[in-house]
Design a protein around this ligand. Structure first.
Ligand code: AHM
Ligand code: MG
Length: 338
């Protein structure tokens, strides 16, 4: 007899879809496109040192093929696995300038946006990287034909699904469809993601902050005041944790609590992280887990996108910790405007 507590991602999605009104099975088929790609990528990431060796002779490997960077491989893999789904109207990726419209006619109801391999600059030093995805519905035509760009540019609060895959010591998948956050681990022996935690919640507060503090001199003064405060005995003791790979930093924050910040800097005046396929999906997840995500003064999920690769300042994590940062930023704003 099968173990009733043993559940694969596929079973989990199907089970939850059964409870949903318009359960057509399309959505689970769409997600399976992402999981197939991520299993292939998990394997590629694990062998990255070997792939590098094969590529060291130049641009061409022993098979006579072009040696591709892993970001390109990840992007192609996702485009291919998702692109075969007839329910997908369009895809957009960090690696591609414009959204890709698929010839799926009325069957194409979903839009998938992704960062194929976030944190990839860390890959040659064996630091975890990940895939982030956001799923939107194609908007109903409102009397006029919309371009694919117009269809894609929706606020984060319109997402119907979001998640990430972290290629770390284990391959972990975390997703939401708006009814909580669920965590799975890839069992390599059977090639399936197994449920390890349903309805995950983020601690309401935790004295951990995570940011690239080397940029502190060019942060908003409110953020600088916050960073000074976390080091005082009044606040602390706080711990600092920063991987420099957003998926890894976010995953730790989701599980352990704390706050992750990537504020605007002189080099990145709009912030560094991308709204549509980095900040929005993580904001959806964190809110579903009871946390908070903001630009410092606006809820991330309410930010109106104006372009696909738009960047945004990000403060994300435990509700209370995000509010402390927002408070420092608000106090600075009112001091300036007084
Ligand atoms: P990428 O999508 O090009 O990999 O860049 C985003 C990455 C994030 O994973 C990470 O949070 C951030 O860049 C780190 O930036 P920095 O090196 O400035 O701290
Ligand atoms: Mg990224």
């Amino acid at each position: 007899m099968s173990d009733p507590s043993f559940m694969t991602l596929q079973q989990h999605i199907i089970q939850r879809q059964r409870c949903a009104e318009e359960a057509t099975g399309e959505f689970s088929f769409l997600l399976s496109g992402i999981t197939i790609a991520s299993k292939i990528l998990a394997d590629q990431v694990r062998r990255v040192g070997l792939l590098d060796i094969l590529g060291t002779t130049g641009e061409v490997n022993v098979q006579g093929e072009q040696v591709q960077k892993l970001d390109d491989i990840a992007n192609d893999m996702l485009m291919q696995c998702i692109g075969y789904r007839r329910c997908v109207h369009a895809m957009a990726s960090e690696e591609v300038a414009d959204p890709v419209e698929l010839e799926t006619g009325d069957a194409g109801r979903y839009i998938v946006l992704f960062d194929p391999l976030d944190g990839s600059s860390n890959i040659d030093v064996n630091i975890p990287v990940g895939t982030i995805f956001s799923i939107l519905k194609k908007p109903e035509p409102n009397g006029k034909e919309c371009s694919v760009e117009e269809n894609v540019l929706q606020k984060g609060c319109e997402q119907v699904g979001a998640g990430y895959v972290l290629y770390g010591s284990a391959t972990v998948l975390v997703y939401t469809t708006g009814d909580g956050v669920h965590q799975f681990v890839l069992d390599p022996s059977i090639g399936a993601f197994i449920l390890v935690k349903e309805q995950l919640t983020i601690p309401e507060k935790k004295a951990i902050y995570s940011c690239n503090e080397a940029n502190a001199h060019s942060f908003d003064e409110g953020v600088q005041n916050y960073l000074n405060w976390v080091k005082t005995s009044e606040a602390g003791p706080y711990s600092a944790r920063y991987v420099g790979s957003f998926v890894a930093d976010f995953h730790r924050t989701l599980l352990k609590g704390g706050v992750f910040l990537y504020p605007a800097t002189a080099k990145a005046p709009e912030g560094k992280l991308r709204l549509m396929y980095e900040a929005n999906p993580m904001a959806f997840l964190v809110e579903q887990a009871g946390g908070k995500a903001s630009t410092g003064d606006t809820r991330i999920l309410d930010v109106e996108p104006t372009k696909l690769h738009q960047r945004v300042p990000l403060v994300i994590g435990s509700k209370k910790e995000v509010e402390i940062v927002e408070d420092f930023m608000a106090r600075r704003r009112s001091a300036v405007s007084a």
